[in-house]
Ligand binder design. Structure first.
Ligand SMILES: Nc1ncnc2c1ncn2[C@@H]1O[C@H](COP(=O)(O)OP(=O)(O)OP(=O)(O)O)[C@@H](O)[C@H]1O
Length: 261
């Protein structure tokens, strides 16, 4: 479904932020990209979504979605793809919602910009999606302002919005980092259910090796813009090749001889 081939991205005239990045993703696969802050994780998924900030540009390589290069896309091509074929969620989805507008009006507007639909039907679709994300009393949430919800609820609203058009690919940038551990676990489980229920492929970017390893079919470890380990979860966890990955794994607690990541 998605192929990233020898990708390099550079911001302005600085040295490349990422280099020689490769990835091959099948439908419904979950790929975790893990690494410390500044290692280039966000840059990878922003490049996939054609949304590099500022002077960021792909300087070599290619990104293919169903065999077609995304790098050739016009703005109108991107409008058709974003939201419907691929969506992104962020660390604090609540932060991307307008604080002085109720969730319902923002959600309805989001749906109507993607699909010609009566507002009443869009409202109903939003309520259905919120319920699927197991948000209690979806109507009440639609009538709430973002600040009236907990961080975990806002994050579920963000995921529900991103999933509205059943995209094939969900790009998740530190989706659990702003949440307490219990809520983190719930959101992680819900994302995995999305894959099971809808066949959504997920690329999750995180500095948390535990979350990354728990979710991943494929695990990619980045350090200073380069991939230092890449394989199935078991390959990377059992036979890490780089010192950096070994250090990351050593920092994970062990109990009774078993490592809990
Ligand atoms: N808008 C930008 N303008 C210039 N350089 C940038 C920009 N965004 C990122 N960079 C550069 O790319 C590097 C990697 O950033 P990126 O956000 O991809 O890393 P990250 O691993 O996702 O880190 P974090 O977890 O802190 O977001 C940064 O250290 C910075 O040098």
């Amino acid at each position: 479904m998605l192929e990233i081939k020898d990708l390099a991205v550079q911001y302005g005239h600085h040295d490349p932020t990422i280099e020689h990045f490769n990835l091959s993703m099948k439908k419904g696969e979950i790929i975790s990209v893990v690494g410390e802050s500044g290692s280039g994780k966000t840059t990878v998924i922003r490049a996939v979504l054609g949304a590099l900030p500022g002077a960021g540009q792909v300087t070599s390589g290619d990104i293919l979605f169903h065999g077609e290069s995304l790098l050739k896309n016009s703005k109108s091509d991107w409008r058709k793809i974003r939201g419907s074929k691929m969506s992104m969620i962020f660390q604090d989805c609540g932060g991307t919602l307008n604080p002085i507008r109720k969730i319902g009006s923002q959600y309805v507007e989001y749906i109507c910009t993607h699909e010609a639909m009566a507002k009443k039907d869009a409202w109903q679709r939003a309520v259905t999606m919120l319920s699927k994300m197991r948000l209690p009393d979806a109507e009440n949430i639609m009538n709430s302002y973002p600040y009236q919800l907990s961080g975990g609820m806002r994050q579920r609203v963000g995921i529900a919005m991103a999933m509205t058009f059943n995209p094939e690919l969900l790009l998740a940038d530190e989706p659990t980092s702003a949440l307490d551990v219990t809520t983190q676990a719930q959101i992680v489980r819900q994302m995995m259910e999305l894959r099971d229920d809808f066949g959504t492929g997920i690329i999750i970017v995180t500095h948390n090796i535990g979350v990354a390893a728990y979710m991943a079919d494929q695990l990619i470890v980045m350090h200073h813009g380069k991939v230092v380990d890449h394989g199935t979860r078991e390959e990377v966890l059992n036979n890490p090749t780089s010192d950096y990955t070994k250090k990351l794994l050593d920092a994970v607690p062990e109990m009774e001889g078993k490592r809990y990541v």
